[in-house]
Design a protein around this ligand. Structure first.
Ligand code: ATP
Ligand code: MG
Length: 177
């Protein structure tokens, strides 16, 4: 029998990792396996702002990502307070993004688990190329170019020491699940 702290810890999962590591795939599978509600940022951004985006302006995009974060947390926190499980697949590229959600969770007495996915850059590049071709609607929101891959690669911030305490490491370097 899990104690209360363990139950609360398992109720919120934050999925992080560099581009193409398999975050959305993992979140889909985890949500199905645990009856969790999943929020994936790419589909929110594509549905709400895809038609409005005519340049690749990072600040323009991040301003809207942050608006989505507010609305996603509004829904996610309701689910959590009703005793449900939530998995957030929101990129979590930077330490400050991760810290923001850890803080929001703590405000409702939840310690999230940070599931940190990894795979080599070469494998991730191949996966992104394949995703661009296959266009599985559950995984593909928009075309990711080599330029976008390199751009995001530089932005991913590895875990800080204080984040390691809540980390669950998931190595997806091997093909398949
Ligand atoms: N463990 C795995 N082994 C092989 N291929 C995988 C694995 N996980 C995901 N993939 C494939 O890699 C591609 C990218 O996966 P996914 O979209 O889940 O990555 P992501 O981390 O969410 O990417 P992004 O950073 O763009 O959000 C997809 O085509 C998916 O089918
Ligand atoms: Mg994704």
């Amino acid at each position: 029998m899990l104690n209360l702290v363990e139950q609360l810890q398992m109720s919120l999962i934050l999925v992080c990792g560099p581009m193409g590591a398999g975050k959305t795939t993992y979140a889909l599978e985890y949500a199905r396996a645990t009856n969790a509600i999943r929020f994936s940022i790419d589909s929110w951004m594509q549905t709400l702002y895809g038609k409005d985006a005519n340049t690749l302006d990072y600040n323009w995009i991040m301003e809207r990502v942050n608006r989505c974060h507010i609305q996603i947390w509004e829904l996610a926190s309701q689910v959590l307070m009703l005793g449900g499980k939530v998995i957030l697949d929101l990129g979590f590229t930077t330490r400050s993004d991760r810290k923001k959600f850890v803080k929001l969770a703590k405000e409702i007495n939840i310690v999230p688990e940070l599931h940190c996915l990894s795979a080599s850059p070469d494998k991730r590049r191949v996966r992104i190329t394949k995703r661009n071709v296959v266009k599985d609607p559950e995984l593909y929101a928009f075309e990711v170019t080599d330029f976008m891959f390199e751009f995001m690669e530089k932005r991913f911030e590895s875990l800080a020491q204080n984040e390691v305490e809540i980390m669950v490491a998931v190595n997806l370097d091997n093909e398949g699940k």
